[in-house]
Design a protein. Structure first.
Length: 227
């Protein structure tokens, strides 16, 4: 809904601008190749999953980092009505580093630090508006096949988890400088192990269940975008 609202506003402004007169566009006007770097903020569902209601909010997630490299592939060279272009937004590489801190509920002075690291690609439609000279706004929706691992070998996390996430947001650009805000949602599947004591055999029986690990996050990025 946010993207639609922004798009409607920019479209209306651009229509007013075209009443005064049309200007000529060249292919580089709608910058296509981009580099973005920013901060990530994990949501509450992620923390609830980690704490599992039994750790007295022992886990916390400080601000993470993200990096993205990609390109727009527009379906036409000239803007529609001199206002906007439609195409595909392809992120060839999307990296995320999310620190996680565990505080021992029984010993406030004891802390362990670990991480959750993601590597993925993203692809989806983008609409690029040009309401004012040198100012652009891009609304995008992307699917993001992503793998999750831990460089510090987080306890109970399998070596690699896979998830299909989504990324929805808007990118604002003045000349070559960009500001991007988006929300990633999705979950990673993993095997949960637990054991049950069998009194007849005197042994523990292990059980495996399939679980989902939600990992939604808000991201904000600064970047460069050019031909």
């Amino acid at each position: 809904m946010l993207c639609i609202a922004f798009g409607t506003l920019f479209f209306a402004q651009a229509q007013q601008a075209t009443v005064v007169g049309q200007r000529q566009y060249s292919e580089p006007d709608f910058g296509k190749f981009y580099l973005r770097f920013g901060a990530s903020f994990l949501n509450n569902d992620f923390l609830k999953q980690l704490n599992d209601g039994e750790l007295d909010d022992a886990y916390s997630a400080p601000t993470g980092l993200n990096f993205e490299l990609g390109k727009y592939f527009f379906m036409h060279s000239e803007p529609i009505a001199g206002l906007f272009k439609v195409g595909l937004d392809a992120s060839f590489l999307s990296l995320g580093y999310n620190p996680v801190t565990w505080n021992d509920p029984d010993d406030p002075d004891y802390t362990e630090k670990t991480d959750l690291t993601t590597v993925g690609v993203k692809l989806g439609p983008v609409i690029s508006f040009n309401p004012l000279e040198n100012f652009y706004a891009d609304a995008f929706v992307k699917l993001a096949p992503t793998i999750l691992t831990s460089m510090s070998e987080m306890e109970d996390l399998e070596e690699v988890l896979f998830g299909l996430k989504s990324d929805v947001g808007i990118n604002l650009r003045y000349k070559k400088v960009t500001l991007t805000a988006g929300y990633e949602s999705g979950a990673f599947k993993y095997d949960s192990y637990n054991s049950e004591y069998n009194e007849e055999t005197g042994e523990y029986i292990e059980h495996t269940t399939k679980e989902k690990f939600p990992m939604g996050m808000f991201q904000i990025k600064l970047g460069l975008q050019f031909y």
